[in-house]
Unconditional design. Structure first.
Length: 95
């Protein structure tokens, strides 16, 4: 992942402004390399799933601020479990 600490803070603050009690993870298929490859997933766990409009608000804000970064926004309820979410919470970066 090629995301600066300033960008990480921006992502955390923007998402928390909509869902204050959430857990946010950054995950990339290239999580453990320094190369700029692929895209980055912003995975959000909260008491409720973000609405389409909320996701678009976050996406627009991030794209406007980080032009060129490929960020996917994925929203799940806290109790959602799958192999992918277990992997993300183990291997991803918690904000």
């Amino acid at each position: 992942m090629n995301i600066t600490s300033l960008q990480r803070s921006f992502i955390k603050d923007k998402v928390a402004s909509i869902l204050p009690e959430c857990r946010i993870y950054l995950f990339s298929s290239c999580n453990h390399c320094d190369k700029v490859l692929g895209d980055t997933d912003v995975i959000i766990f909260a008491e409720r799933v973000l609405t389409y409009d909320e996701i678009e608000e976050i996406r627009y804000s991030l794209q406007k601020t980080f032009y060129g970064e490929r960020l996917n926004i994925i929203s799940h309820k806290n109790d959602f479990e799958s192999y992918y979410t277990n992997y993300v919470t183990t291997e991803g970066e918690k904000l």
